[in-house]
Design a protein around this ligand. Sequence first.
Ligand SMILES: Cc1cc2nc3c(=O)[nH]c(=O)nc-3n(C[C@H](O)[C@H](O)[C@H](O)COP(=O)(O)O)c2cc1C
Length: 186
Amino acid sequence: MKKSFDKGFVAPHPVFIIATYDENGEPNAMNAAWAGQAGPNQITISLSPHNTTDNIKRNMEFTVGYATVDTVAACDYVGMVSKNKVPNKLEVCGLTTTKSERVNAPIINELPVSIECKVVKIEEEFGENRVVAEIVGAVADESVLTEGKVDFGKVPLITFDTVSLCYREVGDSVGGAWGAGKKFLG
Ligand SMILES: Cc1cc2nc3c(=O)[nH]c(=O)nc-3n(C[C@H](O)[C@H](O)[C@H](O)COP(=O)(O)O)c2cc1C
């Protein structure tokens, strides 16, 4: 038997940590769950008005770091507090940054993998800013590489559970893509 619900949900959700520079060139970061990949090289993010939203509109560039088990408290905190109210919010939660070489945005040092993004368009829809951005590069800690490629088996990624309102650890590989299904091919 299945139970039917009137409200749906998407799972698993990514935990994007968007990093930007504010109007004074100071780094900021926020947590964004209403986000995902759209096509091979683009992402979309749905943003309400935030310090980060203003920064993205001004700079048209940002990075996205992937939240991890080790950084869960800091990644949650940057989603709870605005830089408009707590100007040193990154310092408070122990996050540090280095400027990206590809875009005018900070990379969060404590997050092992980040992508660098340039805005393609921002549409205001349903009171939200729908940001579409091109992924122009990525940076990753040497410690999470295997044979020169990012190895997500070495990155303790977390996902956002929108039903229980908690973060869950992403687990091990359970089968190859375009591989596990081969046993059903003729
Ligand atoms: C789990 C989680 C997910 C969130 N997802 C989004 C989101 O997708 N879009 C959004 O506009 N705000 C989202 N927020 C809220 C912002 O991260 C939050 O308002 C943040 O304090 C904005 O910071 P800023 O004003 O310094 O940019 C989320 C917060 C949390 C904790």
